[in-house]
Design a protein around this ligand. Sequence first.
Ligand code: AMP
Length: 296
Amino acid sequence: MRVVRTIADLRALLRPLREEGKRIGFVPTMGYLHEGHGALIRQSAARCDATVVSIFVNPTQFGPSEDLANYPRDLERDQNLCLEAEATVLFLPEVAEIYPTGFQTHVEPGRLADPLCGRFRPGHFRGVATVVAKLFNIVQPDLAFFGQKDFQQTVVIRRMARDLNLPVDVVVVPTIREADGLALSSRNAYLDEDARRRALRLSEGLLAARAAFDEGEREAAKLVEIARGPLAGVDSVQYLELVDTQNLEPIQGKVDRASALCVAAYVGSTRLIDNVILAPLPADVGISVVRSTQGA
Ligand code: AMP
């Protein structure tokens, strides 16, 4: 595995691979890697000839009162995980490499960035879309891998790739969970034992709603209520919503199309998100693996 820190070095490394017709996969991350990231890297390694992993804690997607300065880091552990998951290149740019002096051009997502996390993190998806567009242009991958864990992010990125004709297939990988259901997240590192126990309430609610759905419950309000039950134990719920997976609009009445039950909540001072997909039609079961059409 090669470790590179500059755009020029990365391009020099990837150019011959691209000329040989190799398929390049890309996994953008903010580091402090866990098996969720590992799953993305492994999928890329299985489907592509070369896999680029980036670690970049992107300042433009953090709000002023968020955890940018304290975001957890452990480069040595990250390198080992990348190596073990069969990444070929690890890209570690400095902030000035991505945002040189004078930088002033952004990607502005549309309505998909407004609900859910967008309501509580103004500017977040603008920062995400901008850095992902830049990284797509730097890496020029054939496939890019994102986790369903950040469901709204996958929808915003897929829309951006289509709208801006970015020649990349966006692949969404199902959420990896701990044995007890907690979705893996770099931010779980902030949780002490008590908070870790309360954090479990998010997945408990979502997984209970999904179990009820699998047993035939189709009433949107009922499913949300089932998920809300365990959330009494967390400090503040920002949102718990059942939305259409395509347009992120709330589902009213019966769940008759692929939907995402999404939650964001604070456990102590740690903000956690999670979601499950509820797919009423057999054809929608694969909805969690959504792909943009290349060049569309
Ligand atoms: P982050 O480092 O948090 O920006 O995440 C980088 C990528 O890993 C994003 O596409 C996330 O959605 C994905 N990811 C984070 N946690 C998980 C998880 N538990 N399962 C699958 N993918 C994940």
